[in-house]
Design a protein around this ligand. Structure first.
Ligand SMILES: Cc1cc2nc3c(=O)[nH]c(=O)nc-3n(C[C@H](O)[C@H](O)[C@H](O)COP(=O)(O)O)c2cc1C
Length: 362
């Protein structure tokens, strides 16, 4: 065993974790594309990773217009709830804890992915121009999204609430609202993608409104102690440009902190800028994640915990190839490399076939 801070148990609210190593949410594109029901292998995939202190699932859509690409799962109907129930049962049977990530992509999708060739919805009709998007028909240029009406934005809040309710019905321990990486919620937060003049835009508080309303309504539905929020301040991914991220995210936290959420999950570059700014403004659990060109190392995560800027650290890419990542970290064992061409879609290959340490030694 290791005396690293990564291996200290963590207890607060509903979080009762044997270690501080979380599995970061990662889309794998293996759900049934027509139904949005998780792949039968998905239960094995997450159960293999139940040694994580906390698993956060891949992003799951709250309505089908929030679906970002082929094989993304939903949590809207009974078949999807039943599919996720087999996942949560498997993770719990393996001794793990699992939150569902609630994810609406906004403009980061394409008519080829949406039912009836629908136009993607976004805060404003601002098209992505710098990169194509993956669809069932390959990489294609983005279309200009359609601005949500105020009523559609209100309805989207309700869809997140229904998704959270479905997640609890499916046996999840909680939910994480995806407010990061340039998807719907961050499109509302950022000035370059939110040019609205209704109450979901127009001012800083207007830009915050969708995030605040979703988190508040979801917390009212399933209990704040079961709700996390993921953010990525100043992350330019997916053509987001935030003029004054410090002001935006300070105000967001000042509004949400009193709710007593399960956690805040902060993605940053690894320079501690967002963590140092936000930690003093957040009184419950903070999970940190670094998003850089290569998978974040054990030492980088441990260092953040040692500084006190976060309580838990989440690892993404290393969990793809190392189902027993905490055991490998504890043993100082070598890590498997992940196969980049098998990340999205397909079957067991590159998904459930990475060996754990003990199987390698046999
Ligand atoms: C294949 C892949 C899929 C991802 N999908 C999601 C997702 O669905 N939701 C999300 O919030 N982040 C997603 N991310 C970002 C990761 O959660 C994490 O922030 C990132 O991989 C950096 O952590 P790492 O250096 O430990 O890999 C994804 C990352 C990868 C590599």
């Amino acid at each position: 065993m290791s005396d690293s801070s990564l291996f200290r148990p963590y207890r607060r609210g509903v979080l009762d974790l044997p270690n501080r190593i979380a599995m970061a949410p990662m889309t794998r594109g293996r759900a049934d594309d027509a139904t949005g029901v998780p792949n039968p292998l998905t239960a094995d995939y997450y159960a293999q990773r139940a040694g994580a202190g906390l698993i956060v699932t891949e992003g799951i859509y709250p309505n089908v217009l929030g679906k970002g690409g082929p094989g993304i799962p939903g949590l809207v109907d009974e078949a999807q709830v039943a599919g996720w129930r087999s996942v949560t049962d498997a993770v719990h049977a393996a001794g793990g804890r699992i939150f569902a990530q609630l994810w609406h992509v906004g403009r980061m999708t394409h008519p080829f992915t949406l039912p009836g060739g629908a136009i993607p919805l976004a805060p404003s009709p601002v098209r992505i121009t710098g990169a194509p998007i993956f669809t069932g028909q390959g990489m294609v240029e983005h279309v200009t999204p359609r601005a949500m009406t105020t009523a559609e934005a209100d309805a989207t809040v309700e869809d997140f609430v229904a998704e959270a309710r479905n997640a609890i019905a499916a046996g999840f321990d909680g939910v994480e609202v995806h407010g990061a990486n340039g998807y719907l919620i961050q499109q509302f937060l950022a000035e370059n993608t939110n040019r609205r003049t209704d109450r979901y835009g127009g001012s800083r508080n207007g830009r915050l409104r969708l995030a605040v309303d979703i988190v508040t309504a979801v917390a009212a539905e399933v209990g704040a102690e079961r709700v996390g929020l993921r953010i990525s301040p100043d992350n330019p991914e997916n053509e987001i440009a935030e003029r004054d991220p410090q002001d935006t995210y300070r105000a967001l936290l000042d509004t949400l902190d009193p709710l007593g959420l399960a956690y805040l999950h902060v993605i940053e570059r690894g320079d501690y800028a967002a963590l140092a700014d936000l930690r003093p403004r957040w009184s419950s659990t903070l999970i940190a994640n670094f998003n850089g060109p290569s998978p974040t190392t054990r030492d980088a995560g441990e260092k953040v915990l040692d500084t006190g800027l976060a309580d838990i650290f989440s690892f993404g890419r290393h969990f793809i190839a190392n189902p027993d990542l905490p055991a490998r970290f504890a043993a100082g064992a070598p890590l498997n490399e992940y196969a980049r061409d098998r990340v999205y879609g397909g079957g067991a290959e590159g998904y459930t076939d990475y060996p754990a340490l003990h199987t390698e030694q046999v």
